[in-house]
Design a protein around this ligand. Structure first.
Ligand SMILES: [Zn+2]
Length: 437
């Protein structure tokens, strides 16, 4: 593993090697996968040449002995994480709201009460803290949803736009509204939201669950997105009722408006209520519509099937394996962080992937599912780089101490080094005491 004393040796522009790395198959282009020797199930052995902030080559050939090099001793190297879905405006308000056992509806109410007291300084402090944690854990891009409950943009939207500028080059920040769907019943209000989102180069989002007039309201959202050339990102069917109308309608409208590849559906918990044949049909529709699914297991584990004093019987996670098998791109993301929804989280996608692997019985999370926190969210967010480790790609990497899921997911907290633009990152996790105000 790379020692701390060797960190200073990687200066920008210098050529050096990361030797004896293991790279997951799913992060390699087919030609590199074919050229590199297997190193156990789902991994390849490689030496990575880093120069000018980029990966110059991946090879199994002998590395020149005179070249500067770091011996990774078979540690796994991945592209840096991409966080497809969180809520920076609410992050870290949990301790001050006093309860960790809210239902989804209670969490919405408690967060709404807290929101009334948000100031620019409070938002800036908590959001910047969250971004520093994400950066230290290995995240290079992040989409945050921001509560948007009436026509004018919320304060958090302006604060987040400022952060998007100050964080450019460290974390690529994307902003999405999260509006209650009935807001779009008011034509002028809906137009004002879409216009402001477009002006802020954001993504239009809404929360969709069974309600009267749902289809008409969604049609309005899609019409606004088409008129203002906006991508869409929904919270949809985050419940365990036998009702998947929201997802069906979104798939239909995506196809009708030719928005394939521009629509993200988060949660999709209600897919778990479907019989296998019906599930197959709906997932096929998602795949046809190019819809990206984002699963938020920490929130769903915490909030679904919650009843006072009772252990949950249902776990509320969308059927991820079936979705992937049906050709639906699947991302796994954090959702809420230390707020009334999810009390324990830190924007660490390795932690999220590990918990998901156990809760959803995903085998070999690093070898088989690493794309769900790297390449798939990069595509869902339409980033310039898809996260595939190919010659010429940015040297934005996470270098893990472990050699496989068995080691990495058993000690997920700290055993990693982050490289950004070919330099070892010095970013450290912020201390929670900073939030004592
Ligand atoms: Zn969310």
């Amino acid at each position: 593993m790379v020692s701390r004393s060797s960190i200073g040796a990687s200066r920008h522009g210098e050529l050096f090697w990361l030797c004896n790395a293991r790279v997951p198959d799913s992060l390699l282009a087919p030609s590199d996968r074919a050229a590199l020797p297997a190193a156990g199930k789902g991994l390849r052995s490689a030496h990575l040449c880093i120069a000018d902030g980029r990966v110059r080559s991946l090879t199994a050939a002998q590395v020149p002995t005179e070249a500067p090099q770091f011996d990774l001793r078979d540690g796994v190297v991945t592209s840096a994480w991409v966080e497809a879905h969180t809520h920076l405006d609410k992050s870290h308000i949990g301790p001050r709201t006093g309860r960790d056992d809210n239902s989804l509806q209670e969490a919405i109410a408690v967060a709404g009460q807290d929101r009334a007291g948000w100031t620019e300084a409070d938002l800036l402090h908590r959001m910047d803290f969250s971004l520093r944690a994400a950066l230290a854990h290995g995240t290079r891009a992040l989409r945050t949803h921001l509560d948007w409950t009436s026509a004018p943009p919320p304060l958090a939207w302006r604060v987040a736009q400022g952060l998007r500028n100050t964080w450019a080059g460290r974390i690529e920040l994307q902003l999405s509204s999260i509006c209650p769907l009935p807001l779009f019943a008011d034509g002028p209000a809906g137009k004002a939201v879409a216009h402001a989102v477009a002006q802020g180069q954001g993504v239009l989002g809404a929360s969709v669950h069974p309600m009267p007039g749902q289809r008409d309201l969604l049609a309005r959202v899609f019409a606004l997105a088409r008129d203002t050339d906006l991508d869409l990102d929904f919270h949809v069917d985050e419940h365990l009722q036998d009702n998947t109308e929201g997802m069906r309608t979104i798939a239909d409208l995506t196809l009708r408006h030719g928005m394939e590849g521009r629509v993200v559906c988060g949660h999709c918990c209600a897919l778990g209520t479907l019989e296998a044949a019906d599930l197959h049909v709906l997932l096929g529709r998602f795949a046809q519509a190019g819809i990206q699914m984002v699963s938020l297991p920490l929130a769903n584990l915490q909030l679904q099937d919650r009843q006072p004093g009772r252990t949950p019987r249902l776990r509320g996670i969308a059927p991820l394996r079936e979705a992937a098998a049906a050709g639906v791109p699947v991302s796994i993301a954090s959702d809420n962080v230390r707020d009334p929804y999810v009390p324990y989280a830190d924007l660490d996608l390795l932690q999220v992937l590990t918990v998901t692997a156990l809760a959803a019985q995903l085998p070999d999370p690093i070898e088989q599912w690493i794309s769900s926190i790297t390449c798939e969210p990069a595509r869902a967010l339409r980033l310039d780089w898809d996260g595939i480790l190919r010659p010429g790609c940015p040297a934005d990497l996470v270098v893990l101490a472990g050699r496989s899921s068995h080691e990495i997911c058993s000690r997920p907290q700290a055993a990693r080094r982050v490289m950004r633009g070919g330099r070892w990152s010095e970013s450290a996790l912020p201390d929670y005491r900073e939030l004592d105000v």
